[in-house]
Design a protein around this ligand. Structure first.
Ligand code: ADP
Length: 443
């Protein structure tokens, strides 16, 4: 318990001491000697206390003050009190800093604190990973020496931080980061960098998609409107030419219809919440229907098409989607194989999995196109693909359908030799008599 120091008590105690010294001096008739001895003793005592105090302040590990009385007790208590208060404040501050650091580490964004001179004061783990900052080596280094993109430097120096800026990451140029700076603390800046690569890609895809659709629709529309302009003079136009005009108009409107239908199929697949496990698809029956359609399509090219279908093999899946995937691959083989080619369609059980493949001996596809061939509107030979009425969406539809059925399209192709498109359905989706028998045996 703290008791305030009374200056009167201290003075009385000092006076009491010197009174005793004076009395002793008078008694022994040596007042001067007594006063000198008393003062020396007092000085020695104070020096001893000072020495102890100094040791306690600088060298003692425990904070508890030694047992003393008088003025020194007050001094020890005062220092003890100040030390305890400082220690409490330090703890509070450490806790606060720890909480700030934990909070910033939990942020899904790279965070950097920069001082008024643009030097790094602190950065979180994500900043080290994503922006390539090194800690503690980069502590105190200028941020614009580490993120050197001109757009970022201009943003940092401009001082107007109302809007963020998008800049590639200094450690990986394929990643795009959105940098946002905000004033923080005493003239400090808080830099937050968010990975917006996916968003930028989506935005680019959206732009490409609109541009592609408009481009695909523009060509047939131009042809149609061109022919329509000639129609008012139909009386002066020879009937043979008129027939050609109508036939071309029909082809172009069919092309637009196909494109719109395929776009609708794609968006339906993307938005589909149907579960692939719910319904069984009779693939052999479906193959019969596709074979009939393929034969009609094959009338001009006269390919030799062979269907090797296991009539017992069915799968769980979504009927319309699978039909679209199978027919796209088969019709592509017909379209992109020169007349009188060889096409083999297989639907067989392989390692407990339903396996589908279409092999042709057509022109094949150069390896450089294979990586991008399932992208929307991607075509190897635009002119040729348009001639076949292709929209460039077929393989993209196949890819989406297969992804919905947890499968993946495999393509192998050699230029001048032909192509093989194949995929398998996992054993969980595959239904076959032989598998049922095996399951019974296991039971
Ligand atoms: P399209 O509607 O133009 O046929 P797809 O997405 O179905 O679009 O195919 C993309 C491109 O892949 C086609 O333009 C074509 O160049 C190529 N392609 C597809 N299947 C074959 C194949 N069996 N043989 C050779 N090239 C093919």
């Amino acid at each position: 318990m703290y008791t305030p120091l009374s200056w009167l008590k201290s003075l009385l105690r000092l006076c009491g001491f010197y009174l005793i010294v004076v009395l002793l001096g008078l008694y022994f008739d040596a007042l001067a000697v007594a006063l000198a001895l008393g003062s020396t003793w007092l000085l020695g005592l104070y020096s001893w206390h000072l020495y102890r105090f100094n040791r306690w302040v600088w060298h003692n590990k425990t904070m508890t003050p030694p047992k003393v009385s008088g003025v020194w007790e007050h001094i020890y208590e005062a220092v003890y009190y100040i030390q305890r208060r400082n220690r409490r404040k330090r703890k509070e501050l450490t806790r606060l800093v720890k909480r700030f650091k934990e909070g910033s580490e939990a942020l899904p964004d790279a965070t950097v604190v920069v001082d008024p001179d643009g030097c790094i004061v602190w950065c979180n783990r994500l900043a080290r990973i994503e922006l390539g900052l090194k800690w503690p080596q980069d502590n105190g280094r200028r941020i614009d020496n580490l993120i050197r993109h001109p757009k970022f430097i201009e943003y940092l120096q401009d001082g107007n931080y109302d809007f963020p800026v998008e800049v590639p990451s200094p450690s990986n140029i394929r990643k795009i980061f959105e940098y946002r700076i905000m004033p923080y603390g005493e003239n400090h800046l808080l830099l937050i960098a968010r990975d917006v690569t996916r968003l930028t890609q989506l935005e680019q895809m959206r732009k490409d998609f609109v541009a592609n659709v408009s481009h695909e629709l523009r060509t047939p529309l131009t042809v149609l409107s061109g022919y329509l302009e000639t129609l008012p003079d139909a009386e002066n136009v020879p009937p043979a030419f008129l027939n050609k005009v109508f036939s071309e108009m029909r082809t172009q409107s069919e092309r637009m219809q196909n494109l719109v239908e395929e776009l609708l199929i794609l968006s339906r697949i993307e938005a589909s919440s149907e579960r692939v496990f719910d319904k069984q698809v009779d693939v052999p029956q479906m193959m019969l229907a596709i074979e009939a359609e393929a034969n009609t399509l094959n009338k001009t090219k006269q390919h030799h098409i062979r269907f090797n279908i296991d009539s017992e093999l069915t799968v769980y899946g979504i009927d319309t989607e699978l039909r679209s995937a199978f027919s796209n691959l088969i019709f592509n083989a017909i379209h992109y194989t020169p007349a009188k080619g060889e096409i083999i369609v297989e639907w067989q059980l392989q390692d407990d999995q339903a396996h589908f493949s279409v092999t042709d001996n057509g022109d094949g596809i150069d390896e450089k196109h294979l990586k991008r061939i399932t992208e929307r509107f991607y075509r190897v030979d635009k002119a040729r693909s348009r001639k076949t009425g292709g929209s460039g969406l077929g393989l993209s539809i196949v890819k989406h359908v297969l992804s919905h059925h947890n499968s993946k399209l495999e393509i192998s192709s050699d230029v001048g030799q032909g192509s093989a498109f194949s995929f398998s359905f996992s054993s969980e989706l595959t239904i076959h008599k032989s598998l049922l028998k095996m399951e019974k045996k296991v039971k």
